[in-house]
Write a protein that binds this ligand. Structure first.
Ligand code: F6P
Length: 737
């Protein structure tokens, strides 16, 4: 008992000491930051330090205040008059008051100002204020007041205190065990000594200070290194970003498609399948890195058998680093919300693929109800009132606003994975205002390209009472700001599926065996969901044209199409399936030889390692989307080619074409041009393939999915801290009146 009491007391004393120390460090850090901020801008500030240049001075102050921790600034003349300030500068930190403090100890009005700083602890949190003299040609011309937010320091102090008390708890437990052990094992002198120490007869307080200082230095150095690290983002860096900027431990993702679908296996067991989905390819590594919950439609035949009583299941199967929360839909609900409104309405509306969208009131009713159901599930899954929620895709346009209503302080990032049409086209949807307004519940709405952001901003401008902030790329509606930003999605880097695959030559050998190809055969590849936006028919026609024009490739060139069945309950998709099959048969009939056929159609689901084996084996990959938000297949092909070989042919209408400019970019409707690109790819010297591949690989490595998520989270954090500072400044004003 005495031991525990001693440890509690010790923890209390040390926690106090640590808090005191860290507080002093943070104050010193903030004073130093203030000095650094001014040092960099001193000359240009001094040049505008006069009442006539107020506008220029205000612009400079606003620029300095763009640092997320700087709350407000004011420029004060020698006589204590305010020359300029950032908007909403709080009255109680006026030039005269701060000026007299900066002259403290010397009341003479002519005395020079000295550097001064202080901390005001207000009910809403701490504010660090500094006065920094400004000089020109060796003479003082005034001083700058800089107010900084201390909430991050307070959060770190809390964290340090919690860590310390937890450590002492663990130490206490360990010490108790050791004490019991020591008492049992012997009554030797060292046992008594240890007990003496543990029972508080000796304290180690002074010894903690150098250790804590070292820990502080180390933590600061690591954080600094990470923030200024070279360009490659990793899972670890993303995790740190989440913790540092958003103080979040976990993410909540809402996406219709689940990352693991549980199915009954032929052997009677249950196995998890990876769906063919670019969204899942991109988001799953993010979730592994950050942990949390993925709220999704439970669509697998065995999904219900593996969840707990809260409909949750831990995944990935062997790692269990995050959870899926499954939402169940009746066949009618799935028909109306998923097949109907999402995929017969919004999907063709947003893709220019010449398919007429269908909008049915009943489908819309299901869509609204299911959006409500998912939003409710999200609100059940969060563990704070300001969680970070990533809402994915066109299935959930209404979810951001529904969450915002329930959790006004939440950070909601909506990512729209498909194109956004122009404002005239979006109005085809009878409920376009509800859709846009639902999305504007987000803190950020992200698209793959700036073009789609512009279309969205125009749509909001055209159909809602909203203010467009063109400089910030934001829509302001009923006092709420939503940033509209491009974030081109990408892959994890390196791709984990490659770990389990042999080198490209061996993959090629395996694929040659599987497809029965001749040793000197040449292989083209397409990998897609069977969807009319992917341009699969145009792709086959280009192969046919190649064989028409270049007889030397007949009997030698084959094109393997891996086509995952998709949305098969929709008539247009099953018709496409039939057309693709007929076309392949027709072309094969024309050009087949005894031991080869030009089109090899593999119409079934393939797990990622099988798909990556094809990527590694092929001579070229043709991505012929008629319209596509990004298309991650293009990036996957490049990621697979560690041998730097292989040629990517890419549709100009896929978002990826904006980034992968070393691909052979084609118009998939132009069959002649596409067939020439196929020919160019087959004739391309290896040295040229390597140059192109190396450059595309370096781009994907730098702009990988961790960076994609990190950029969104950092932007969200900035927005969040701006909103909090604005609230804080309002609170200060209220407090002082
Ligand atoms: O590309 C749009 C998209 O919804 C992706 O987000 C997803 O990867 C893909 O289509 C798959 O569609 P579904 O989930 O309907 O099979």
């Amino acid at each position: 008992m005495a031991l525990i009491a001693s440890l509690v007391l010790l923890a209390w004393i040390v926690a106090g000491l640590v808090q005191d120390r860290t507080s002093t460090w943070f104050e010193l850090d903030l004073a130093l930051r203030a000095r650094l901020v001014v040092t960099g801008s001193r000359a240009s500030l001094a040049a505008d330090w006069m009442p006539e240049r107020r506008a220029e001075l205000e612009r400079q102050l606003a620029e300095i205040a763009s640092d997320e921790r700087v709350m407000a600034l004011a420029a004060c003349g020698l006589d204590g008059e305010m020359l300029a300030s950032t908007p909403g500068f709080p009255g109680q930190f006026g030039c005269r008051g701060i000026g007299s403090l900066a002259r403290a100890g010397n009341a003479s009005p002519e005395a020079p100002y000295r550097e001064w700083s202080s901390v005001s602890r207000l009910p809403s949190g701490g504010i660090h204020s500094s006065a920094i003299p400004i000089t020109q040609g060796g003479s003082q011309i005034g001083f700058l007041i800089l107010l900084q937010d201390m909430s991050y320091a307070e959060r770190r102090e809390d964290l340090a205190r919690t860590l310390l008390i937890t450590s002492f708890g663990a130490l206490g437990l360990l010490a108790s065990l050791l004490t019991i052990l020591a008492a049992r094992l012997s009554r030797k002198a060292w046992g008594a000594e240890v007990r003496g120490i543990l029972q508080g007869e000796k304290t180690y307080q002074p010894d903690f200070q150098p250790i804590l200082r070292d820990v502080h230095d180390l933590v600061e150095r690591i954080l600094y290194d990470q923030e200024n690290a070279p360009e490659i983002w990793t899972a670890e860096r993303l995790k740190q970003t989440l913790r540092r900027h958003l103080h979040g431990e976990r993410l909540v993702i809402v996406a219709n498609r689940e990352p693991y679908i549980h199915q009954h296996a032929p052997d009677g067991g249950i196995h998890a399948v990876h769906p063919a989905s670019g969204l899942v390819t991109a988001l799953e590594p993010v979730m592994r890195a950050c942990s949390g919950v993925w709220v999704a439609h439970g669509s697998g035949a065995a999904d219900r058998e593996v969840v707990d009583k809260h409909d949750r299941v831990r995944v990935p199967p062997s790692e269990e680093s995050y959870q899926i929360r499954r939402i169940w839909l009746t066949p009618e609900e799935e028909q109306g919300y998923y097949y109907g409104f999402s995929n017969e309405g919004l999907w063709p509306l947003c893709h220019v693929a010449h398919t007429r969208p269908k909008f049915v009131a009943e489908d819309w009713a299901h869509y609204k109800a299911i959006n409500e159901r998912f939003a409710n599930a999200v609100c059940q899954e969060v563990d704070t009132d300001d969680p970070i929620i990533l809402v994915q895709d066109y299935h959930f346009a209404l979810v951001p606003a529904l969450i915002r209503r329930r959790l006004p302080a939440a950070t909601v990032i909506m990512f729209w994975h498909i194109p956004w049409p122009n404002s005239e086209r979006i109005s085809i949807c009878p409920w376009h205002r509800e859709i846009i307004s639902g999305l504007l519940g987000s803190s950020i709405v992200g698209f793959h390209t700036q073009f789609h952001c512009n279309n969205f901003i125009d749509s909001a401008d055209s159909y809602l009472e909203a203010r467009i902030d063109r400089e910030q790329h934001a829509v302001v509606r009923r006092g709420h700001t939503t940033l509209i930003r491009p974030y081109p999605i990408s892959l994890e880097w390196p791709v984990r599926w490659l770990d389990s695959l042999p080198a490209p030559e061996e993959c090629r050998r395996q694929v040659w065996d599987q497809l029965g190809l001749k040793p000197d055969a040449l292989l083209g590849l397409g990998v897609d969901r069977l969807d009319y936006t992917k341009g699969i028919e145009e792709r086959f026609l280009a192969v046919e044209r190649l064989l028409d024009r270049c007889p030397e490739y007949r009997g030698r060139f084959s094109f393997v199409q891996v086509a995952a069945p998709s949305r098969t309950k929709i008539g247009l998709y099953s018709q496409l399936n039939d057309r693709v099959e007929e076309l392949a048969a027709r072309i094969n009939e024309r050009f087949k030889t005894e031991d080869s056929r030009p089109i090899i159609l593999l119409r079934s689901h393939h797990e990622p390692p099988d798909v990556f084996r094809f990527f590694r084996a092929a001579d070229l990959c043709y991505v012929s989307s008629l319209h596509d938000g990004m298309n991650l297949v293009a990036k996957e092909f490049v990621a697979a080619r560690e041998d730097m070989l292989g040629v990517l042919i890419l549709s100009q209408f896929a978002g990826a074409a904006k980034q992968l400019t070393e691909a052979l970019i084609v118009n998939p409707y132009d069959i002649e041009q596409a067939s020439r690109a196929l020919e160019a790819a087959l004739r391309m010297p290896q040295t040229e393939q390597q140059v192109r591949m190396r450059s595309m690989r370096s781009l994907i490595a730098r702009f990988n999915v961790y960076r994609w998520a990190g950029d969104m989270l950092v932007d969200a954090a900035r927005l969040r801290s701006r909103e909090r500072l604005a609230e804080r400044l309002t609170a200060i004003d209220d407090f002082s009146h």
